[in-house]
Design a protein around this ligand. Structure first.
Ligand code: SAH
Ligand code: SF4
Length: 384
């Protein structure tokens, strides 16, 4: 299933430029492209009939040539009022997860409850990090740019509906979008960059570039390539190990791009963009949480002028890894504090709804395979 070719092109994922060209080719006036973008990305129209400023003939032409909804909503699962996970089904029956994270009350009292949307970039993941649910069943396919945008539009519509609104207008209060769901964004480079451009463009969703974060497990050549993309999004690198020994033990990608290749690539990105990179560091008991690891992490962060985001591990069923207790977490933080490393430690959110990326989708996919009579998958589903 490596490449998904939809019957009709997706409208989400088209740009003002590409729509202008295809409308012109079909004999429609160019100015309609801007109106169409407005219906798609700003007003969140969920059906062609809602695009009332477009002539009937154009709406019919759109319907004949494009798919408006590349993803359908399957279910939402919430953990308190902090985390809500949406499961979406794509045109070929694959599932993706999109997570809405709300800053807990009191965290951002001045700004109101900030909402961050965590989007997936692939179905499954080929990188097989040992601690992660997304890679457990391997990589299925890349998401198209339209399927990435569809996650945002579905989440915005879901939020709007919960608030009693008829449709999703301009993001429904989503403040940040992070590519931290399922998949490795830089292994789906072109679709991710296209989606980022649409998220940011004035004819698109109009989200400030600094409100968009791409997270990578450390694909060094693609990090260098990413520095050339004009949109000034933020970059996060999943480090998780401050030595090659630790990193290679839990992240096979480190064998392809060890620290001596990865760190200079991050430095080159920094120099080009002049923007602080974030190093993501999951704390896993007895794997990477020793005080000597904290010291090595501080050295790397200082050298890169990077901010460290510590994430206490979210346990995944079937995997053996554990979250260190609070005392160990605190001791690790103290080493960073003493070294004057800029860091934050993420509050534990939503682990009761399979919040670690990929778990909800994995369970649903296995259930589906079990129903269609695949014995191995049935066994796996009963375990998940
Ligand atoms: N592939 C990219 C982006 C998706 S993963 C990457 O690896 O950066 C987003 C983040 O969630 C990564 O930092 C990843 O390491 C982390 N993550 C994966 N499984 C986790 C778990 N069980 N608990 C906490 N964080 C996890
Ligand atoms: Fe893939 Fe990122 Fe999970 Fe590693 S952490 S398996 S790269 S999604």
């Amino acid at each position: 299933m490596a490449v998904f070719k939809p019957e009709k092109a997706f409208l989400y994922g088209e740009s003002l430029e590409s729509l202008t060209a295809s409308l012109a080719e079909a004999g429609h006036p160019a100015f309609r492209a801007r109106q169409l973008c407005e219906w798609l990305y700003r007003k969140g129209a969920r059906e062609y009939a809602a695009m009332s400023s477009l002539p009937l003939a154009l709406r019919q032409w759109l319907e004949d040539n494009y798919t408006l909804q590349p993803a359908s909503f399957v279910l939402a699962k919430a953990a308190g009022d902090v985390t809500e996970k949406l499961l979406l089904e794509l045109g070929d029956g694959a599932y993706v997860e999109t997570v809405i994270l709300r800053a807990p009350e009191g965290d951002d009292a001045e700004e109101g409850a900030r909402q961050t949307l965590c989007v997936s970039s692939q179905v499954g993941c080929a990188y097989g990090c040992k601690f992660c649910a997304s890679g457990l069943d391997g990589w299925k396919r890349n998401l198209l740019a339209g399927e990435i945008i569809a996650q945002v539009m579905c989440a915005a519509a879901h939020i709007a509906q919960k608030r009693g609104g008829a449709q999703a207008r301009t993001l429904s209060g989503i403040d940040n979008i992070v590519f931290m769901g399922m998949g490795e964004p830089l292994a789906n480079f072109d679709n991710v960059v296209r989606a980022v451009e649409i998220l940011h463009a004035d004819w698109g969703l109009g989200l400030g570039a600094r409100r968009i974060t791409i997270s990578t497990s450390g694909l060094a050549p693609q990090i260098r390539r990413l520095a050339e993309v004009p949109v000034q999004f933020r970059l996060a690198v999943s480090l998780h190990g401050a030595t090659n020994q630790v990193r290679s033990a839990i992240m096979p990608v480190n064998n392809a791009y060890p620290l001596e290749e990865l760190l200079p690539a991050i430095k080159a990105f920094n120099e080009k963009r002049g923007r602080m990179v974030t190093l993501e560091y999951i704390l896993i008991e007895d794997v990477n949480d020793a005080l000597s690891h904290a010291a090595a992490l501080s050295d790397i962060a200082r050298d890169l002028h990077a901010h460290v985001n510590l994430i206490p591990y979210n346990p995944v069923p079937d995997l053996v890894w554990k979250r260190p207790n609070l005392r160990r977490q605190k001791a690790f933080c103290e080493v960073l504090s003493r070294a004057k490393t800029s860091f934050t430690i993420r509050r534990q959110k939503g682990d009761d709804i399979d919040a670690a990326c990929g778990q909800l989708r994995l369970r649903k996919q296995r259930e589906k395979e079990a129903l269609s009579g695949n014995g191995d998958a049935a066994q796996a589903a009963s375990k998940a």
